[in-house]
Design a protein around this ligand. Structure first.
Ligand code: ATP
Length: 335
């Protein structure tokens, strides 16, 4: 629900009572014991001749955090907005909390919370008034003060929405998505524009939502965010899913080579380095980078050689493949 859909007068909304006991850690909706929160089969969406989403299949389990990753224009927002019931699809089957979003009624909409990529909260209202307005749309909204506190906006509750900074606006977006105490949250790039502390706070909040049995579907361009939060990830490129999996297993992450790097000790020639570390590559200068499938053995060989010869290994580092490495591999190899 966006602020643009609001058409009630403010005083009536501000007198709406707020459910006092709603809490993030509350158990899932008792009438909704289904194991699957979102089910998508053969989803397609065209804009004129251009097919932005080209046959996507995915399932999101209840109680998990599911991340959709992909380059700009891959089709993430299109997919999310179809699931949210804000965009029509050209083909395929979609069920969200057991309902086709094209036919979602008010009761269904109350069960989902949405953070759109671009939203326009009521500019003239204060943060608190805006949240109160939205709370009035729900039969059992969350506690207002607690919601403000959770997103770190308590201090700014009297500030007008139009005066908020970009990151503060985003926090308000999240508060507006939470206020209905939804079972399922769609977060489209929820931490864009956040400072590092605000991002960490948001991650804690999303993890608490999961602890409370909520389901979260999010998009992000921050790989560390997906790595930290997601139970499962789907990578979309050019409207198709190119990989799904847990952050640790996506794109055979565990099987990709690790990299050992260090600076060549003073007075040592490159040819003196132990052969067992394989063919080292340098980036210029005295830094050596070694790709290895067996980092434990390679490190053992290297450090034993260094100890035997009484050498330091300045700036010794072991780097495992990051989610970003895997993501770039998956999304650029399709080009
Ligand atoms: P980003 O990471 O940049 O937000 P995205 O993966 O969310 O990208 P979408 O917004 O779903 O991408 O867009 C997918 C493709 O569809 C893009 O090429 C976009 O230009 C196109 N597109 C989206 N909305 C429309 C529209 N209303 N009319 C025409 N083309 C559109």
């Amino acid at each position: 629900m966006t602020a643009r859909r609001a058409n009630r007068t403010l005083p009536a909304v501000l007198t709406t009572s707020i459910h006092p006991t709603a809490d993030l850690e509350r158990a899932p909706h008792p009438d909704a014991p289904r194991a699957t929160a979102v089910s998508v089969g053969g989803l397609r969406r065209s804009y004129g001749d251009f097919e932005a989403v080209r046959g996507i299949d995915l399932e999101v389990e209840r109680g998990e955090i599911f991340a959709l990753l992909g380059p700009n224009g891959a089709g993430k927002t299109t997919t999310l907005e179809i699931l949210e019931g804000f965009r029509e699809r050209s083909g395929g089957e979609v069920k969200v909390l057991g309902v086709d979003p094209d036919h979602g009624d008010r009761a269904w909409r109350e069960r989902i919370g949405v953070v759109l990529q671009d939203s326009v909260p009521e500019p003239e209202l204060t943060v608190r008034e805006c949240l109160s307005l939205y709370a009035g749309y729900y039969s059992a909204p969350r506690d207002l003060n607690d919601t403000l506190m959770r997103v770190g906006l308590t201090e700014l509750e009297a500030r007008r929405c139009e005066q908020l900074s970009g990151g503060e606006r985003r926090r308000l977006d999240v508060a507006l998505a939470l206020i209905g105490d939804p079972e399922l949250l769609f977060l489209d790039e929820p931490t864009t524009g956040f400072d590092p502390a605000a991002r960490r706070a948001m991650w804690d909040l999303v993890e608490r939502l999961r602890s409370g049995g909520k389901t979260v579907v999010l998009t992000t361009h921050y790989m560390d965010e997906a790595d930290r939060l997601a139970d499962r990830i789907a990578v979309i490129a050019r409207g198709e899913i190119v990989a799904t999996g847990t952050p640790g297993s996506l794109g055979k992450r565990r099987q990709l080579a690790a990299e050992i790097s260090f600076r060549i000790p003073e007075g040592v020639e490159r040819r003196e380095l132990p052969v067992a570390i394989g063919a080292p590559t340098t980036n210029g200068g005295d830094r050596v980078r070694v790709q290895t499938d067996d980092p434990v053995a390679a490190l053992h060989s290297l450090t034993r050689w260094a100890l035997d010869h009484d050498h330091e290994l300045p700036d010794l580092e072991l780097r495992r493949p990051t989610l970003e490495d895997v993501y770039l591999h998956l999304t650029t190899s399709k080009d």
